[in-house]
Write a protein that binds this ligand. Structure first.
Ligand SMILES: [Zn+2]
Length: 386
């Protein structure tokens, strides 16, 4: 599996395993859970296949298989990562977790061919590992630990490849489907929509398949249904996120500060909130900028903070008390648009920004609420003078 950028936490998502071409690799704590399930459920198979093994030995071999499976998943992800890096798409990190692995790629591919090659690299690595394990099988004597481990690796790597090739986002097969539809329609958004709906269909089929194969007397059958349920939710959520992200991204070109900026009234810091609001309404202005005695902007009045001041207190509260001082990053150029504007938001998250022209004079205030509305609803907010 591979996933585009998501808003990350600064802390690592688990135990750091090392770096691959500078990309940090982590093992999430949830992996321990799946390793336990594998160890417990496969020790029986090991006991059957290796007749002279002790009980402890069978558990040890089953656990070794869990570790080798994690390494197989890691190799699959490093396949994605290597191709991404080769195309100049940075990878934030690789995480091995409960249900598999994720390569967090920081950039969307620019061409369908790039998308296709990044997506296919993981399953190809899995197929290669299955092939190598299968080729080594005849060399291992029947009833030996080596043979049973190789046999498990053939099956598991094949399963990883086939499952990931199911045609729905966020699985690799979904990315292949997206690349294909993107190529045909010449629209990445159309490709993503196809991949996301494929993902929802795959999510539903995974649950149906698990329910169809369950037998009432079968204990492990229930475990399969639970696992299938988890996978299904994971795929459904991932598909929906891809769809939302694609829709938002498709609206980015519509983002222009010039159309969103609210004209601002300049006020001195000690002016009472009530009087500032009266002046704003009188001049039909929806933003207030606090300036010092030389006329330089010092702070932006926060709409939310103003609303939080009770009506009765507004004549006694200076605007400086409900304003955010202008830190670096809160002043934006009126020329910013699209992705560059979002990057500026990410660097300095705030509810309001001061917008300045090329010569540094104040153009007005940009409200994050207005930007969010354009991205979510695809239209300019009402009441904002164009
Ligand atoms: Zn993958």
């Amino acid at each position: 599996m591979s996933a585009p950028r998501r808003n990350g936490r600064p802390a690592g998502p688990g135990v750091p395993l090392g770096r691959f071409f500078g990309v940090p690799v982590y093992l999430a704590p949830s992996w321990v859970f799946i390793a336990l399930i594998i160890t417990v459920s496969y020790q029986e198979l090991v006991t059957k296949q290796v007749p002279d093994i002790s009980q402890a030995g069978a558990y040890a071999v089953a656990f070794m298989f869990a570790v080798l499976l994690a390494l197989s998943l890691l190799a699959h992800e490093l396949g994605h990562t290597a191709v991404s890096l080769a195309f100049g798409m940075p990878v934030r990190r690789v995480v091995i977790f409960l249900l598999g692995g994720v390569s967090e790629i920081e950039k969307e591919p620019e061409r369908p061919a790039e998308e296709y090659l990044v997506a296919i690299a993981g399953p190809l690595v899995s197929l290669l590992l299955a092939g190598i394990s299968a080729a080594a099988l005849p060399a291992a004597s029947p009833g030996s630990v080596t043979r049973v481990v190789l046999y498990l690796l053939v099956g598991s790597n094949l399963a990883v490849a086939v499952f990931n090739l199911l045609p729905g986002l966020p699985l690799d097969g979904g990315r292949l489907l997206r690349a294909g539809v993107w190529q045909l329609s010449r629209s990445r958004l159309t490709g993503t929509r196809a991949g996301a709906w494929g993902g929802r269909a795959v999510a539903a089929l995974v649950v149906l398949a698990a329910l169809a194969t369950i037998e009432p007397s079968d204990g492990p059958g229930l475990g399969n249904v639970i696992l299938a349920g988890l996978l299904s939710v994971f795929i459904w959520v991932g598909a929906s996120q891809s769809l939302t992200a694609a829709t938002v991204t498709s609206r980015l070109p519509r983002l222009r500060i010039g159309e969103l900026v609210r004209p601002a009234l300049e006020v001195p810091p000690d002016l009472p909130v009530a009087e500032a609001l009266r002046r704003a309404w009188a001049t039909q202005v929806r933003a207030l900028v606090v300036v010092d005695t030389t006329g330089r902007p010092r702070a932006i009045v926060s709409e939310a903070h103003v609303m939080a001041v009770p009506e009765a207190r507004r004549p006694w509260t200076p605007v400086a008390d409900v304003a955010r001082p202008l830190e670096p990053g809160l002043t934006l150029s009126a020329a910013l648009a699209g992705e560059a504007l979002l990057d500026a938001f990410r660097k300095a998250p705030a509810s309001e920004y001061l917008v300045v022209g090329q010569d540094g004079h104040t153009v007005g205030v940009l409200s994050a609420v207005d930007v969010a509305r354009v991205l979510q609803e695809g239209r300019l907010p009402s009441g904002v003078p164009a």
